[in-house]
Design a protein around this ligand. Structure first.
Ligand code: BV8
Length: 236
């Protein structure tokens, strides 16, 4: 069907809150990850150079928590996968999450802007490959044999998020922008709603979150409650 006859695109930004009811910790809730770990010590390139073992152990533990038997996609992930299947126009999930739950729920059009757990990058040859093995400061790159140069292919603070051009193109095409389960604290993701409103005056923007965030005034519509309740209800 020609693009002009399709309904406007939908861009859905998700954050850690959409995975909370699947058993994965958020970052900034009172019991969140950053209340237990100092992000400066595990989520920056400086931390990796300063103490590789500390950073790699943190992400080895994070990966194991994603693979725990009870961690499954929840009703919110499944509702977004259904929306993609049933909606005539384009549906893009732009996730800040590194967990695989959108894929496991059946979404296909997914952009992991902060990287994906299970992907590894060599800082010597820059090769990216899939690996579920624990990384250590002695890990050897299978491509260039460098020792101790392997890191999670995850975007740390101060590093450029991934696929930004593709994301901005989707934002400029969309007629509906949903923000689900994110505190709106981290840029550039937190700036997407304003980008949509500046470029698509007719676009409708909705914040779906457990509670109001600092970005609340930027959205046309606000729906608060657990993602597993408000997202399926909104998508239906
Ligand atoms: C960049 C790593 C520029 C992977 C993450 C000073 C120095 C350096 C940088 C900066 C600076 N000041 C500002 C910046 C920019 C910085 C930034 O924004 N900092 C903030 C903290 C002020 N951003 C960056 O550094 C970014 N890069 O700017 O690069 C550049 C430009 C050109 C060239 C080179 C560089 C990189 C940002 C990415 C950093 N990596 N994580 C990982 O370990 O996961 S960020 C981290 O925060 C996660 O990725 C996470 O996804 C992201 C956002 O958090 P949320 O997902 O929103 O989670 P949070 O806990 O905050 O909120 C959860 C929400 O869910 C809550 O609102 C809660 O109410 C809700 N909730 C809870 N339960 C439920 C629920 N909702 C629904 N249902 C429920 N049941």
């Amino acid at each position: 069907m020609h693009q002009e006859f399709l309904p406007p695109g939908i861009v859905i930004l998700t954050g850690a809150g959409i995975s909370k009811e699947s058993g994965i910790d958020t970052f900034r809730d009172k019991d969140g990850l950053w209340s237990r770990v100092n992000l400066e010590e595990v989520a920056t390139i400086e931390a990796w150079h300063r103490d590789k073992k500390k950073v790699l152990d943190f992400y080895n533990d994070t990966r194991r928590s994603f693979r725990a038997a009870h961690v499954e996609p929840n009703a919110a992930h499944r509702a977004l996968a259904r929306l993609e299947k049933e909606y005539q126009g384009e549906v893009v999930v732009v996730t800040q999450n590194i967990d695989p739950l959108h894929e496991m729920a059946g979404s296909r059009n997914i952009i992991h802007m902060h990287g994906r757990d299970g992907e590894v990058r060599c800082m010597s040859c820059q090769r990216v490959f899939e690996s579920d093995a624990d990384l250590t400061a002695q890990s050897i790159c299978p491509n260039c044999n460098a020792v101790g140069e392997l890191r999670p292919n995850i975007v740390w603070f101060g590093e450029m998020p991934m696929h930004m051009e593709e994301i901005y193109e989707a934002l400029e095409r969309c007629g509906l922008f949903l923000s689900i389960g994110t505190s709106g604290e981290v840029y550039p993701a937190a700036g997407f709603v304003l980008h949509v409103r500046r470029r698509q005056h007719r676009a409708h923007t909705v914040e779906l979150n457990l509670e109001a965030t600092g970005s609340q005034p930027l959205f046309h519509e606000h729906i608060y409650g657990p993602a597993t309740e408000v997202v399926p209800a909104y998508v239906e």
